[in-house]
Design a protein around this ligand. Structure first.
Ligand code: HEM
Length: 465
C-alpha cells in the first residue's frame, strides 16, 4: 500500500512539474497579438511532434488555430504560415525585414558569403554573379554540352544491374555540377571531393554542437577541406597558361567582368551552386523514376517524346536547346513529380524587426516557416490533387505562372537554377528512358517528411530497352 502511494505521489509530482514547465514556456513567449498556438517544452518546443507527425502536425495545428500559428520547432520560436496570400507577401517583401532564416549550422558551414547569408545590395550582387553563370545563354552555349557528356557516361553501364537509384541520382547531381563548374571529371579530384561534400551536407542539417564526433564538427571540417581543394584549383589556374571554358573561368575572369569576386566569394559561390542543386535535382530525379515506374502510361508518353528526339539525331549528337524546348511532356513530368512528392516543403525566413502581418505580431528575430506544401494538394488549383497526372500542366499552361506556384520559391529569392535543374533532370531522363527499362526490386521504404528519401535506398533492376 505504502509503495503504491509513493508511486502515485511521484506520478502526481511529475505531472505537476511537466504542466508547470509547459505553462512557464507558454508565459515566457506570451506577447499581445501573437498568433495562436502552443510552444511545447522549454528548449525542445514541439520539434519531436513536428518530426514525428510531419505534415499532419501542420494540419492538426491549422485545424485548431488557423493558417497562421506559433510554435517552437527546430530550436527557435517560429510562426508557421500556411496562408498562400501571406506566403506570397513574405517572399516578395524581403526589403521590409523578412530575410532568410536558415539554421546557424547551415550558415556556418556554407560560408558567410553564401547567398542565404547575405541580404540587400550584397545579395543582389552575389545573385547577379550567379545568374551570369547559369543564364539561358550559358545553358545553351556551355552547360548543356557538359551535362549531355556527363549523363551519357553516367548512364552507360547499368544494363543487367541492380542499382540504387537514390545513390545514382545523388552522385549524378554532384558530379554533373562539378563538371560544369570546373570541368572536374570522375577521377581523383572528384573521389576526394565526394565524401567531403556528403559530410558537409549532413553538417548543414545538424544541430550546431561543436563537439568531436558530431555531424556539425564533421561538416565544418569538410568545409575546410573543400575550401582548401577549391583554393588550390584557383591557384593552379592562375599559374597556368591554359584557357578554360567553365563556371570557374567565368568567376575568375577579371577583364570585362561585371561581377568581380574575391577568392573567398568565388569559393562560397561554388559551394552555393553545388549545395542548392544537390538534393533538389537528385530527389526530383529519383522520384520521377519512381512515379514513372508506377504509371506505365506516363512512361510510354515520355518515352515517345524522347525516342522522337533520338530519331532526329545521330547517336553521337548531344541534346541541344531545341531538343530541350521540345521536351514539353518531360517538363510536365518534372513539375508533377515536384508537386506530388513535395520535394521542398517550404522556405525559412526571419524578421529583422517587430512587424504586424495579417493582424498578428511577428516579433523581431522569430523564424517564419513559409510552409508551402499544402498548396501542392489544393483541389481548386489541381483537380484530383493526389493523382500523378503530368497532362494537367499541358492542359492548363497558366499552372506554371500562377501566383501560388512555390515549387521553386518566389519573390526576390526565387530559384535562379530552375532552368538549369530542369535541363539536368530532362537530360538524365532522356538517356534513362531511351536506353533502359526497369523494375523495382521491391520492399524499399520511402519517407516523405521532413525530407523525401529512401532510408535504405531505392533499388531497381535495369535492362536495356
Ligand atoms: C528541381 C530543382 C530545384 C528546385 C525544386 C529548387 C528549389 C528552390 C527553392 C524553393 C528556392 C527558394 C529558397 C528560399 O526562398 O529560401 C531555391 C533557391 C535557390 N536555388 Fe534552387 N532549386 C532547384 C535547382 C537548383 C539548381 C540546379 C541550382 C544551381 C545553381 C539552384 C540554386 C539555387 C540558389 C542559389 C537559390 C537561392 C537564391 C537566392 O537566395 O537568391 N537551384 N531553389
Amino acid at each position: 500500500m505504502a509503495v503504491l502511494m509513493i508511486v502515485v505521489g511521484a506520478v502526481v509530482v511529475v505531472l505537476c512539474f511537466c504542466s508547470a514547465l509547459l505553462r512557464w514556456n507558454e508565459v515566457r513567449y506570451s506577447k499581445k497579438d501573437l498568433p495562436p498556438g502552443t510552444m511545447g517544452w522549454p528548449v525542445f518546443g514541439e520539434t519531436t511532434e513536428f518530426l514525428k507527425l510531419g505534415p499532419n502536425f501542420m494540419k492538426n495545428q491549422r485545424a485548431r488555430y488557423g493558417s497562421i500559428f506559433k510554435s517552437h520547432i527546430l530550436g527557435c520560436p517560429t510562426i508557421v504560415s500556411m496562408d498562400p496570400e501571406l506566403n506570397r507577401y513574405i517572399l516578395m517583401n524581403e526589403s521590409k525585414g523578412l530575410v532568410p532564416g536558415y539554421p546557424q549550422s547551415m550558415l556556418d558551414i556554407l560560408g558567410k558569403c553564401n547567398i542565404a547569408a547575405v541580404h540587400g545590395s550584397t545579395h543582389k550582387y552575389m545573385r547577379g554573379a550567379l545568374l551570369a553563370l547559369i543564364s539561358p545563354t550559358m545553358i545553351r552555349q556551355q552547360l548543356l554540352l557538359k551535362i549531355d557528356e556527363f549523363m551519357r557516361t553516367h548512364l552507360s553501364d547499368w544494363n543487367h544491374k541492380v542499382v540504387n537509384i537514390q545513390d545514382k541520382t545523388k552522385e549524378m547531381a554532384l558530379l554533373s555540377s562539378l563538371k560544369q563548374i570546373a570541368g572536374i571529371e570522375s577521377g581523383s579530384m572528384s573521389n576526394e571531393f565526394k565524401p567531403e561534400f556528403f559530410k558537409l551536407v549532413l553538417g548543414t542539417l545538424s544541430l550546431p554542437i561543436d563537439l568531436p564526433g558530431t555531424n556539425y564538427r564533421r561538416g565544418f571540417q569538410a568545409r575546410k577541406n573543400i575550401v582548401r581543394m577549391l583554393g588550390q584549383l584557383i591557384e593552379e589556374r592562375r599559374a597556368s597558361q591554359e584557357t578554360y571554358q567553365d563556371m570557374l573561368a567565368c568567376l575568375m575572369k577579371q577583364d570585362g567582368n561585371k561581377y568581380k569576386l574575391s577568392d573567398e566569394e568565388i569559393i562560397d559561390q561554388i559551394i552555393t551552386i553545388l549545395y542548392s542543386g544537390y538534393e533538389t535535382v537528385s530527389t526530383t530525379s529519383m522520384m520521377a523514376v519512381k512515379y514513372l515506374h508506377d504509371h506505365p502510361k506516363v512512361l510510354q508518353e515520355l518515352r515517345k517524346e524522347h525516342l522522337a528526339i533520338r530519331e532526329r539525331k545521330r547517336p553521337e549528337d548531344p541534346i541541344d536547346l531545341n531538343d530541350l524546348k521540345s521536351m514539353r511532356f518531360t517538363r510536365a513530368v518534372i513539375f508533377e513529380t515536384s508537386r506530388l512528392a513535395t520535394i521542398v516543403n517550404g522556405v525559412l525566413r526571419k524578421t529583422t524587426q517587430d512587424m504586424e502581418l495579417n493582424g498578428f505580431l511577428f516579433p523581431k528575430g522569430w523564424r517564419i516557416y513559409v510552409y508551402t506544401r499544402e498548396i501542392n494538394y489544393d483541389q481548386f488549383l489541381y483537380s484530383d490533387p493526389l493523382t500523378f497526372n503530368p497532362w494537367r500542366w499541358l492542359q492548363d499552361k497558366r499552372l506554371e505562372s500562377q501566383n501560388y506556384f512555390f515549387i521553386f520559391g518566389g519573390g526576390t529569392r526565387q530559384c535562379p537554377g530552375k532552368e538549369l535543374g530542369i535541363a539536368e533532370i530532362s537530360t538524365f531522363l532522356h538517356y534513362f528512358v531511351t536506353r533502359y527499362r526497369w523494375e523495382e526490386v521491391g520492399g524499399d521504404k520511402l519517407m516523405k517528411f521532413p525530407r523525401v528519401e529512401a532510408p535504405n535506398g531505392l533499388h531497381i533492376r535495369v535492362s536495356s530497352y
